[in-house]
Write a protein that binds this ligand. Structure first.
Ligand code: PLP
Length: 397
């Protein structure tokens, strides 16, 4: 069967591998005793605003919602997004030329390299970083240049690791702060530095920002706050995290008009837009529930603190997480020899708790595990107890 070589480069993907393992665990006898506690996905258990769902439900019955939706019909959504940008960042953007509806920021960031890279051209990616960033570059035939982020540098992008000739060859830089998986909010200054670097080498700067409203401390960085974003910048926002709408696949990009046009050209080959019914919900979220993400923050703070205390009580080292949704945990001593992928498999088998192996976010994630705070505190406490017992077993083996 002819399968493309680029799929070989892509590999199977960390979420697909975990999916397989979770299914196997679900069929095992152990699952009857200890049901699966899935903390391996950033898919929240928290709920979206009910009127958002009602707006979708009502619009679902309108005949236009069943039809294909070309770009022109997304204008009301793009206008609502532009108004949100104005309110959120004090920046005026043109909904006609600088905003694009997406089927998730994953989809947008994965398609962007097709719009801006020629085969063989280089793209800088954070390591660890979100898997679709690398996947998109590989699908476009681009060459990833990994910028290691280090714990002892506070996960700051250390540009001095790049030689001048490496920098000059870059055509695309992909950043994302607040940062998944390291649970670090990051600093506006880091984006300013990235934009200066991108502009000096004539590269595009893409900033993936689905957690912009989910900083637990301080203010999340935003590319739209950097002067000069219109010269080669594009930023991605999502409804998945702040409005708890991950399954509905809604997001948007705001950026330099030529980049928005190029991405729209790629997308025109691949998909029509999300249904008008889903857009009606997204518009309601932006216009009436801009404060929804802020209401989630105390819940995530409570979960973060409770989980950190519960894991520490089991002897785990838990670095401070400054954004919602995740803990990024160094592998405990008893699991160090295994590596993160085998460690996750072993913990799942012994405890029924699914975490994500850090190596799934790039080689720089090896030695780490990601835990998503996507369950109530009582469930998280139970997970910590089970993980502690599993760790004890591993130490005894
Ligand atoms: C950095 C980052 N980008 C994109 C996504 C996917 O977002 P969406 O649901 O908008 O595709 C995630 C989800 O975890 C993420 O962490």
């Amino acid at each position: 069967m002819p399968i493309s070589e680029r799929l070989g480069q892509l590999g199977s993907g960390v979420f697909a591998r975990m999916d397989h393992r979770k299914r196997a665990y679900g069929l095992s006898a152990a699952c009857l005793e200890r049901p699966l506690l899935d903390l391996s996905l950033g898919s929240t258990d928290l709920q979206p605003p009910v009127p958002v769902l009602e707006a979708m439900a009502e619009a679902l019955l309108a005949p236009a919602s069943a039809g294909y939706c070309l770009n022109a019909a997304t204008l009301p959504f793009r206008e609502a997004a532009a108004a949100w940008v104005q309110q959120r960042f004090g920046v005026t953007v043109d909904p006609q030329r600088e905003v694009l509806l997406l089927v998730g920021s994953q989809e947008g960031t994965a398609h962007l390299p097709l719009a801006v890279l020629n085969p063989g051209e280089r793209a800088l990616l954070l390591d660890p970083g979100y898997p679709s960033h690398r996947g998109g570059v590989l699908l476009a035939g681009g060459k990833p240049v990994l910028l290691p982020l280090l714990a002892d540098q506070g996960w700051r992008p250390c540009w001095e690791q790049l030689s001048p000739s490496q920098t000059a060859q870059l055509r695309l830089l992909v950043l994302g702060f607040p940062h998944n998986p390291t649970a670090t909010v990051g600093q506006q200054q880091w984006l300013e530095e990235a934009l200066a670097l991108a502009q000096a080498s004539g590269a595009v700067l893409a900033h993936d920002n689905p957690y912009v409203d989910l900083a637990l401390e301080g203010e999340a960085p935003a590319l739209l706050r950097c002067d000069g974003w219109r010269e080669g910048g594009i930023e991605f926002f999502s409804f998945s995290k702040g409005w708890c709408l991950g399954g509905f696949r809604l997001a948007f990009a705001v950026g330099a008009a030529p980049l928005i046009e190029a991405l729209a050209q790629v997308k025109a080959v691949v998909d029509f837009n999300q249904s008008l019914a889903l857009q009606a919900g997204a518009i309601t979220a932006l216009q009436q529930f801009a404060d929804w993400p802020a209401q989630l923050l105390p819940i995530y703070r409570g979960r973060r603190d409770a989980m950190a205390a519960a894991l520490k009580a089991q002897g785990w080292s838990v670095p401070h997480a400054s954004m919602a949704l995740y803990h990024w945990l160094p592998l405990p001593e008893a699991l160090l020899g295994l590596g993160s992928e085998a460690a996750c498999a072993s913990l799942l088998e012994r405890s029924g708790v699914a975490l994500t192996p850090g190596v799934g976010f790039g080689p720089g994630g090896e030695g780490w595990l990601r835990l998503a705070l996507v369950a109530e505190q009582a469930v998280l406490q139970e997970a910590a107890l089970r993980l502690g017992a599993a760790l004890q077993q591993c130490g005894d083996d």
